[in-house]
Ligand binder design. Sequence first.
Ligand code: SF4
Length: 307
Amino acid sequence: MKERQRQYLHAMGIQPWEPRYPPASTERAAATDVTPEAPAPQAAAEDKPSSEPSPPVAAVPAPDPAARESPPADTDIPQEYADWAMMVPEDSGNELDFELEPPRPEDRSARIGRMDWGALEAEVKDCNACELHRTRTQAVFGVGQRQAAWMIIGEAPGADEDRLGEPFVGRAGKLLDAMLLALGLRREQIYITNVLKSRPPKNRDPKPEEMQACWPYLQRQIELVGPKILLSVGRIATQTLLRSDLNIGRLRGRVHRFGAAAIPLVATYHPAYLLRSPLQKRKAWEDLQLAYHTFVAAPRRGGDIDS
Ligand code: SF4
């Protein structure tokens, strides 16, 4: 072993490994020629009854004192042993004294929760986290002012939304626009999206696993927009946001709070339902007025639209 190597080991508190066999080929050959003189181990013979014959004991060559006194040349230490001696502490027992944790897959919700607008939109566009990606034409992300004070959340894209890639279009969308204009709000001043980003076939109700898979996207959208008020339209969106199984008739007409930021949330009927049940429009108008007064009363923040 080179002197420099020995100094490294000493500085690291490692006892260098010193091979004790005679390294030189001539000496090794001389050692094997030594006549076996050593007696068989006594303990092995004494443990046996004297009547039994002792098993043959392999002859052990007596160590050659001359060979012990001659340290091997550096060139006789296999390099892999020298490297190993440099790396393994003396008391390690040749075993790992800690357990390796297998790498855990990153939590999807946590990953989505760190996305900016660009990454989030790209993720939704290519999302296949639930079965709805097989039947949709395209994912419908959301539209409008990304720092809006008002955020409107519906249930899921319908046939027109699936085709055009925008939420609340068609007849229901036109009715929503008219209701907002009555409050002095234009669509481009508001952020509009759905709980589900892909259309359920034949507009069936979303399945729980689909809502669960899509939830992190909406949650991140709400965080990024940071609205002053949420308006949920329809039973599914309202029940999902409020984690409630009450029907929309019980949930509308009052101000709820959403999330850790306690964002005011007002629920109302879906415009598609109002098209089928025009008598409910009066209640929807009351809900919008409640939302408006809640918005006006809430503290101002940067990015608020003028009302
Ligand atoms: S509904 Fe949501 S979770 Fe399902 S595929 Fe579409 S974007 Fe992904």
